[in-house]
Design a protein around this ligand. Structure first.
Ligand SMILES: [Zn+2]
Length: 262
């Protein structure tokens, strides 16, 4: 009898703990699309296609050195503002695509604040989420993000995001490129049983970084697959509907031993 009671108490604690991190159950087929580095194709190819399918997305922008002023390669800030006006999330990828594991807090803050001020000056919603340039991160970077009150930070790792296990500053993702269609399709099927699948995309196409390019035809194929199979495709900020982020940060340890790079 006591054993049964103890089991019930343990089960209650277990369920209660979950209820605190999750505001709502994570539905199956929940996908987060994220786009890094502000290549020109995010404005010319990606945004119109996402609108056509009615999908949300997060754009992690930076001024990628040294050629960000070349509008054939990168978006300008008028175009980034247009993404915000279209309802997409504009988020922070540092000013200079900095490896934030190697810089001081002062330098990190300056990198973040440049993008924040740029957004403020253009009437773009304040960036609340972050993606680690080059997947460079350290325990210190997490502290710096917390001081700046960022909500989520996306890494790599090629695995699904379990909000009950993964720290909100260590959100794993898969990265697409020209040759990993079967891997990405298999990944999408992992969006079930409480797991969320986050994809990282670069240019569609990516002219300066061809090793992370996604051909426009392949990108359209992914969107068609997501639409045909009734996936729910959202921006990273939309996960706040499901996740009590403060509680997740309080109760989940930041495990830096897991794979966090793509
Ligand atoms: Zn990047």
């Amino acid at each position: 009898m006591i054993k049964i009671l103890l089991t019930i108490i343990a089960l209650n604690l277990y369920l209660h703990g979950h209820a605190q991190i999750l505001k709502k159950n994570i539905p199956d087929k929940l996908i987060v699309l994220t786009f890094d580095d502000a290549p020109a194709s995010h404005y010319s190819v990606v945004a119109p296609l996402l609108k056509e399918f009615g999908f949300g997305a997060t754009f992690f922008v930076c001024e990628f050195p040294p050629n960000y002023k070349d509008s054939s390669l990168y978006m300008n800030w008028r175009q980034i503002k247009a993404l915000d006006s279209m309802g997409f999330e504009v988020a922070n990828h540092t000013r200079t695509h900095a490896n934030v594991s190697k810089i001081s807090q002062t330098a990190f803050n300056a990198e973040l604040e440049y993008i924040e001020h740029k957004c403020d000056s253009l009437g773009i919603a304040k960036p609340i989420n972050f993606a680690y340039p080059g997947y460079g991160l350290s325990a210190k970077s997490l502290e710096f993000l917390q001081d700046k009150e960022y909500v989520f930070a996306r890494a790599g790792g090629s695995r699904a995001y379990d909000p009950l296990v993964d720290h909100p500053y260590l959100i794993p993702s898969w990265a697409t490129h020209a040759d990993n269609k079967s891997e990405i399709l298999a990944a999408l099927n992992q969006a079930q049983e409480g797991n969320i699948v986050v994809l990282t995309l670069h240019g569609v196409p990516d002219i300066e970084h061809p090793w992370v390019t996604t051909p426009p035809e392949l990108f359209r194929e992914y969107l068609q697959f997501l639409s045909d199979n009734k996936f729910k495709v959202v921006a990273l900020k939309d996960l706040q509907t499901f996740i009590n982020v403060d509680e997740a940060k309080r109760t989940i340890g930041a495990d830096l031993s897991k794979s966090l790079k793509n």
